[in-house]
Each structure stands twice: as structure tokens, then as C-alpha cells.
Design a protein around this ligand. Structure first.
Ligand SMILES: [Zn+2]
Length: 259
């Protein structure tokens, strides 16, 4: 059962404090309509009763879509992220009885994906991948492959190209146009064509896009699929660090095979 909690919230427009509600746990069995509302962002909109202005309330919540065997915890600050990580690792119980009941059932069930995300664009990325039957671990490897391509054109290192940390990341595109500096890559559907692409993100905004192809995705899947699925079991943070660890382990395995 989904669960709402009461909140005291100060309107950013009229600055009047009001009582309201927001979703703390979304279970698509009891509220199938929230599947769409979460993806459109409508589920997070609160309408101020004093001035009638709708605005977005960004707060942590848990999301359960059992038909897809998918459970996700959304956070937007460090403290909540670390707490959610402990909950998903089974080191701590969730404060919410509804979430506790679900986790009791699925936490050790390897057929369920359990994910922890930070920030809205990571949330929407995971849901886009889920909706299109794409694996997020494969996608993280794909990002490294594209990052490598970008980095090789600028003698940059891959970590910098994928995360934007460290050296400045630029790239020359095929047409010789400079790809702008970016922080990280995110998979979304192109706004116009609705085809999957990797957006170059800067300050949480999409600044450019790289076209990806299903062919390349399938190549990565074929090469790393078995290992990805093995390593996704009981892992909740599927991100670039996770993908780097996998590639590192894979390299060591290859080298050991030569000895
Ligand atoms: Zn207001």
C-alpha cells in the first residue's frame, strides 16, 4: 500500500506556511496511476492552498513496481542517501512499516532489482531504462565506452570524461565541432525523436546529446551480460563507479588467464 505523509511547507511564491501531504512510499499495486505521475513529475507537484500556485516538492521516497520486479529508493541529500543505503543493505530497518514489509519480502530475492538513486535525473534515467527493458548496468558500461571515445580525442582520462571530475572534458565531434564541457552522461529518450540517447549533463542540465545505438548496446550486452547480471545481484548503486569496478575485475581476470 502506498503511503502519504503530512508535511509543513512554506510556499516559495507567497511564503505562507501550510500543511500538506506528499508521497513517502509509492506502490503501483495500490496506485497504478502513479506510474505515469512519477514519470511526468506530476506526483511531486503540490498546490499551495493560499495562492493556488503549483510547485515541485523534491523529497525522498520509495517506489515499488512489483510487475517489473523493481524497487527504488530516491534521495536528494547525503544523509538520506546513506540511510537508504543501510536500509537496502539490510543493516538498518526502514522507518516506514510499508517499506519494511516490502523489503522483508524482496531484500534477499535476487530476481528483484533494488536501486538507490540520487537526484531527479538519475531517477528518470532508471525509470526510462526500466520501461524500455534496458539494463542499467549495461548502460553504465556503454557510457564508459562513449566516455573513452570522447577522452581519446582530447587525451583526457576516461573517469574525467564520464564524470567530469578532474581534467576538463571536451570532445571533437565527427564534424569537427567541439563538444562542450560536461559533468556526466545520462540516458534519456530524445525529446523529439523519442530515440534513446546519451545527454551530456552540466549543472544538472542537458547541454548536448550523443546518439547511441541498440547495436552498440547489444555488443556490450553480449560481451559483459553474464558478468553484469552476476554483479547486479544485491547491488543497489549501479553507477559509473560500479561499472569501473566491473571492468577492473574483468581485466584482472583476463590477465590471470594469461599467466
Ligand atoms: Zn503560495
Amino acid at each position: 500500500m502506498s503511503k502519504k505523509i503530512e508535511i509543513e511547507i512554506k510556499c516559495p511564491y507567497c511564503h505562507i506556511q501550510n500543511k500538506g501531504e506528499r508521497w513517502d512510499f509509492i506502490d503501483t499495486r495500490s496506485n497504478p496511476e502513479l506510474k505515469t505521475a512519477v514519470r511526468s513529475g506530476e506526483a511531486f507537484i503540490y498546490k499551495c492552498p493560499s495562492c493556488d500556485t503549483p510547485y515541485d516538492v523534491d523529497a525522498p521516497f520509495a517506489y515499488f513496481e512489483p510487475e517489473k520486479k523493481f524497487f527504488l529508493m530516491y534521495t536528494n541529500n547525503k544523509e538520506d542517501y546513506e540511510e537508504a543505503l543501510r536500509v537496502l543493505k539490510g543493516e538498518e530497518e526502514s522507518m516506514l512499516s510499508e517499506v519494511r514489509a516490502v523489503l522483508d519480502e524482496i531484500l534477499t530475492d535476487e530476481t528483484y532489482a533494488k536501486r538507490l538513486v540520487f537526484g531527479r535525473d538519475e531517477l528518470f534515467e532508471k525509470l526510462t531504462l526500466l520501461d524500455h527493458g534496458l539494463d542499467d548496468g549495461i548502460m553504465e558500461l556503454l557510457k564508459i565506452a562513449y566516455g573513452q571515445k570522447i577522452a581519446s580525442r582530447r587525451n583526457g582520462d576516461v573517469a574525467a570524461a564520464v564524470t567530469g571530475k578532474g581534467t576538463t572534458t571536451y570532445a571533437q565531434s565527427g564534424t569537427g565541432k567541439k563538444t562542450p564541457e560536461f559533468d556526466y552522461l545520462r540516458f534519456f529518450l530524445d525529446d523529439e525523436t523519442k530515440i534513446g540517447c546519451l545527454y551530456l549533463m552540466k549543472d544538472n542540465k542537458r547541454i548536448a546529446k550523443l546518439n547511441t545505438s541498440r547495436v552498440v548496446y547489444n555488443q556490450v550486452l553480449e560481451r559483459y551480460g553474464a558478468e553484469v547480471h552476476e554483479r547486479e545481484k544485491n547491488q543497489v548503486e549501479i553507477n559509473f563507479r560500479w561499472a569501473f569496478d566491473l571492468l577492473q575485475a574483468d581485466r584482472e581476470k583476463q590477465m590471470a588467464a594469461w599467466e
